[in-house]
Design a protein around this ligand. Sequence first.
Ligand SMILES: [Zn+2]
Length: 410
Amino acid sequence: MFFGGMPGGMPGGFPGGGGGMGGPPKNVDTEKLYETLGVKKDASKKDIRKAYMKLSRTHHPDKGGDEHKFKEISAAYEILSDAEKRTQYDKYGLEGVSGDDVGAAGGEDLFSMFFGGGRSRGGPRKAPSISHPLKVSLEDLYNGKTVKLAVNRKVIVGDSSECSDCHGRGSVMEMRQVGPGMIAQSQRPCHSCDGKGYHATFKKERKVLEVLIEKGMKDGERIKFSGMSDEVPKMEPGDIVFVVQEKDHGLFKRKGADLLAVKEVSLNQALCGFTWKIKHLDARDLVIKSKPGEIIKPEMNTKDALPFVKKLPGEGMPSKGNPFVKGDLYVMFRVKFPDTLPENVVSELRKLLPEPDETVEYDPMEVEEVHLTSADVRSFGKGGVNSVGSEAHESDDEDDGGRPVQCQQS
Ligand SMILES: [Zn+2]
């Protein structure tokens, strides 16, 4: 019954000669499939079929065989029994036949099937990219800049060769009997090549990269140099990626394209006006001046207690890609009140400022006159006798109850 799915009659052939493959690559494995079927490289079609029939019988999962091994055998037969695929395999190895029409693999990638690991179909694998943090000042993100950075990359000297012990996998499978009729397979790094899968000599190469920091770039943005990372045999080199890290600025905080500066003003400045000279990120001096009669308040409104802010439209950061569109510059105010005022100042202010204290009629001999003391709002709710030492264990004296007396309603 399982022969029904035999690959001999698979429709379709090798897809178009391997798409842009320029000549037979070096060090390609063209033996593995023959080894899998236990036949010689020059075996006849008949010998291959015979070997396959024998092996598939012993390794069929229904008869207690290993499923993976069975799939390998089936895939090997599928390729070697097809004259066209066999020719491609002899020339290019598995890469030459890893088309989608190889059915016996049951959806598994041929490479991972025979060699483990994940080689994506079509084109060489790409080596991992390396990313470097790149600290950039807010000034440079505002104005844009080109930074020259030297990197040391590893390049291959001469030819590299695939490790013959692990066939380039970097790891080998170890079989171990764990019980009667039970075999456990485990992977360990290949000792002969230190898990790299190849033997090669490298040298360091110094390369100067020009990193363009565009106006308006943001923290976390990536600047990529394709293929500039270390060379790895049989792989496309990875990228070097610089990740922008915005440095803290002494005056401005940034959110998107907007900037925020905090300004502390005295009560006098808050009421009577202020003049504030700042240096902008493009080194321009800006004098921020309040308009006549303009008041700076401690808070936006008393209900939400939002900070009091004003803004300079268009004085924020340039937008990346369109530096002419800029964000806004927000100024958040903190009003510094005096701790006390001399009596003569108070009497003058009382006359000058709107809404002075109203006269309240009362007899000081009959009504208690009180003053406030300093307090912290975080202590609110902690008053009363129960708060004293509430964190420590109270005495276990149960005689007098010790609990707060509940209000009895009648
Ligand atoms: Zn190896």
